[in-house]
Unconditional design. Sequence first.
Length: 174
Amino acid sequence: MSLFVLYTSFCGFFRAIGHTHSLATALLSLYFFYVYCTQYNKAVSSNVSKLRKAHFTAPSSERRIIMSAPLSKELQTKYNVASIPVRKGDTVRVVRGNKSKKNGKDLKVIGVYRKKYCIHLEGLTTDKNNGTAVQVPIHTSNVVVTDLYMNGSRQSILNRKNRANGNGKKAALD
Protein backbone atom coordinates (compact mmCIF):
# COMPACT_ATOMS: atom_id res chain seq x y z
CA MET A 1 0.00 0.00 0.00
CA SER A 2 1.43 3.36 -1.00
CA LEU A 3 2.13 6.10 1.49
CA PHE A 4 -0.37 8.49 -0.10
CA VAL A 5 -3.24 5.97 -0.07
CA LEU A 6 -2.53 5.06 3.54
CA TYR A 7 -2.33 8.70 4.58
CA THR A 8 -5.58 9.69 2.85
CA SER A 9 -7.40 6.72 4.33
CA PHE A 10 -6.15 7.69 7.81
CA CYS A 11 -7.22 11.32 7.26
CA GLY A 12 -10.66 10.28 5.99
CA PHE A 13 -11.19 7.98 8.96
CA PHE A 14 -10.23 10.66 11.50
CA ARG A 15 -12.35 13.34 9.78
CA ALA A 16 -15.31 10.97 9.95
CA ILE A 17 -14.97 10.50 13.69
CA GLY A 18 -14.27 14.22 14.26
CA HIS A 19 -10.55 14.22 15.13
CA THR A 20 -7.86 16.52 13.81
CA HIS A 21 -5.48 16.08 10.92
CA SER A 22 -2.41 15.91 13.21
CA LEU A 23 -3.68 12.77 14.93
CA ALA A 24 -3.73 10.98 11.59
CA THR A 25 -0.16 12.10 10.94
CA ALA A 26 0.95 10.92 14.37
CA LEU A 27 -0.62 7.51 13.93
CA LEU A 28 0.80 7.18 10.45
CA SER A 29 4.30 7.91 11.76
CA LEU A 30 3.77 5.34 14.53
CA TYR A 31 2.71 2.79 11.94
CA PHE A 32 5.83 3.35 9.82
CA PHE A 33 8.04 3.28 12.91
CA TYR A 34 6.54 -0.09 13.79
CA VAL A 35 6.92 -1.48 10.25
CA TYR A 36 10.49 -0.35 9.66
CA CYS A 37 11.98 -0.56 13.15
CA THR A 38 10.73 -3.86 14.47
CA GLN A 39 12.96 -6.89 14.55
CA TYR A 40 12.22 -10.23 12.99
CA ASN A 41 14.12 -12.22 15.61
CA LYS A 42 13.87 -10.90 19.16
CA ALA A 43 16.63 -13.25 20.36
CA VAL A 44 19.24 -11.46 18.21
CA SER A 45 20.27 -7.88 18.89
CA SER A 46 20.34 -5.31 16.10
CA ASN A 47 22.17 -2.75 18.23
CA VAL A 48 25.21 -1.63 16.22
CA SER A 49 27.52 -1.33 19.22
CA LYS A 50 26.64 -4.85 20.35
CA LEU A 51 27.22 -6.20 16.84
CA ARG A 52 30.63 -4.52 16.64
CA LYS A 53 31.58 -5.85 20.07
CA ALA A 54 30.56 -9.37 19.05
CA HIS A 55 32.57 -9.10 15.84
CA PHE A 56 35.78 -7.77 17.36
CA THR A 57 35.71 -10.02 20.44
CA ALA A 58 34.78 -13.18 18.53
CA PRO A 59 36.75 -16.32 19.39
CA SER A 60 39.17 -17.78 16.87
CA SER A 61 36.75 -20.52 15.86
CA GLU A 62 34.15 -17.93 14.78
CA ARG A 63 36.79 -15.75 13.11
CA ARG A 64 37.73 -18.71 10.91
CA ILE A 65 34.17 -18.82 9.54
CA ILE A 66 34.03 -15.01 9.15
CA MET A 67 37.27 -15.14 7.14
CA SER A 68 35.73 -17.21 4.34
CA ALA A 69 36.25 -16.27 0.72
CA PRO A 70 34.23 -17.19 -2.38
CA LEU A 71 35.57 -19.86 -4.70
CA SER A 72 36.26 -19.12 -8.36
CA LYS A 73 33.61 -20.16 -10.89
CA GLU A 74 35.65 -23.22 -11.92
CA LEU A 75 36.00 -24.44 -8.32
CA GLN A 76 32.32 -23.72 -7.62
CA THR A 77 31.25 -25.96 -10.48
CA LYS A 78 33.81 -28.63 -9.53
CA TYR A 79 32.94 -28.85 -5.81
CA ASN A 80 29.39 -27.35 -5.71
CA VAL A 81 30.49 -25.07 -2.87
CA ALA A 82 30.22 -21.26 -2.89
CA SER A 83 32.80 -20.28 -0.26
CA ILE A 84 35.31 -21.79 2.14
CA PRO A 85 37.52 -20.46 4.98
CA VAL A 86 40.91 -19.34 3.67
CA ARG A 87 43.97 -21.15 4.97
CA LYS A 88 47.73 -21.07 4.49
CA GLY A 89 48.67 -22.70 1.21
CA ASP A 90 45.59 -21.65 -0.79
CA THR A 91 46.02 -19.66 -3.99
CA VAL A 92 43.87 -16.55 -4.26
CA ARG A 93 43.28 -13.71 -6.71
CA VAL A 94 42.90 -10.17 -5.35
CA VAL A 95 39.82 -8.69 -7.03
CA ARG A 96 39.25 -5.50 -5.00
CA GLY A 97 41.32 -2.86 -3.28
CA ASN A 98 43.80 -0.16 -4.23
CA LYS A 99 46.61 -1.37 -1.96
CA SER A 100 47.29 -4.34 -4.20
CA LYS A 101 49.34 -3.62 -7.29
CA LYS A 102 48.95 -7.23 -8.40
CA ASN A 103 45.20 -7.28 -9.08
CA GLY A 104 44.26 -10.19 -11.29
CA LYS A 105 47.33 -12.35 -10.50
CA ASP A 106 47.12 -15.57 -8.52
CA LEU A 107 49.07 -15.32 -5.26
CA LYS A 108 49.74 -17.92 -2.58
CA VAL A 109 48.52 -17.33 1.00
CA ILE A 110 51.51 -17.33 3.34
CA GLY A 111 49.66 -16.41 6.53
CA VAL A 112 46.18 -16.04 7.98
CA TYR A 113 45.92 -13.64 10.92
CA ARG A 114 42.59 -14.14 12.58
CA LYS A 115 43.25 -11.50 15.24
CA LYS A 116 43.51 -8.78 12.58
CA TYR A 117 40.98 -10.35 10.15
CA CYS A 118 43.56 -10.31 7.34
CA ILE A 119 45.67 -12.59 5.18
CA HIS A 120 49.19 -12.09 3.83
CA LEU A 121 50.05 -13.08 0.27
CA GLU A 122 53.36 -14.14 -1.22
CA GLY A 123 55.02 -11.32 -3.14
CA LEU A 124 52.64 -8.63 -1.92
CA THR A 125 54.82 -6.30 0.16
CA THR A 126 55.45 -2.61 0.64
CA ASP A 127 58.54 -0.76 1.84
CA LYS A 128 58.75 1.12 5.10
CA ASN A 129 60.65 4.40 5.48
CA ASN A 130 63.74 2.60 6.74
CA GLY A 131 63.75 0.30 3.69
CA THR A 132 62.46 -2.94 5.21
CA ALA A 133 59.74 -4.80 3.38
CA VAL A 134 56.47 -5.57 5.21
CA GLN A 135 53.50 -7.69 4.16
CA VAL A 136 50.37 -5.90 2.96
CA PRO A 137 47.28 -7.11 4.86
CA ILE A 138 44.32 -8.07 2.67
CA HIS A 139 40.81 -8.80 3.93
CA THR A 140 39.29 -12.07 2.73
CA SER A 141 36.27 -10.28 1.26
CA ASN A 142 38.62 -8.80 -1.35
CA VAL A 143 39.90 -12.11 -2.73
CA VAL A 144 38.61 -15.10 -4.69
CA VAL A 145 40.08 -18.57 -4.06
CA THR A 146 41.47 -20.00 -7.31
CA ASP A 147 43.24 -23.13 -5.99
CA LEU A 148 42.72 -25.04 -2.75
CA TYR A 149 45.32 -26.58 -0.49
CA MET A 150 43.90 -30.09 -0.09
CA ASN A 151 44.18 -32.42 2.85
CA GLY A 152 41.77 -34.83 4.54
CA SER A 153 39.95 -32.28 6.68
CA ARG A 154 39.57 -29.87 3.75
CA GLN A 155 38.10 -32.65 1.63
CA SER A 156 35.61 -33.52 4.39
CA ILE A 157 34.56 -29.83 4.61
CA LEU A 158 33.93 -29.77 0.84
CA ASN A 159 31.94 -33.02 1.03
CA ARG A 160 29.83 -31.65 3.88
CA LYS A 161 29.13 -28.34 2.13
CA ASN A 162 28.47 -29.94 -1.27
CA ARG A 163 25.11 -28.67 -2.55
CA ALA A 164 24.67 -31.59 -4.97
CA ASN A 165 24.35 -33.96 -2.00
CA GLY A 166 21.42 -31.96 -0.64
CA ASN A 167 23.66 -30.22 1.90
CA GLY A 168 24.40 -26.52 2.17
CA LYS A 169 22.20 -23.46 2.44
CA LYS A 170 21.23 -23.05 -1.21
CA ALA A 171 20.23 -26.71 -1.58
CA ALA A 172 17.76 -26.28 1.28
CA LEU A 173 16.17 -23.31 -0.53
CA ASP A 174 15.79 -25.11 -3.89
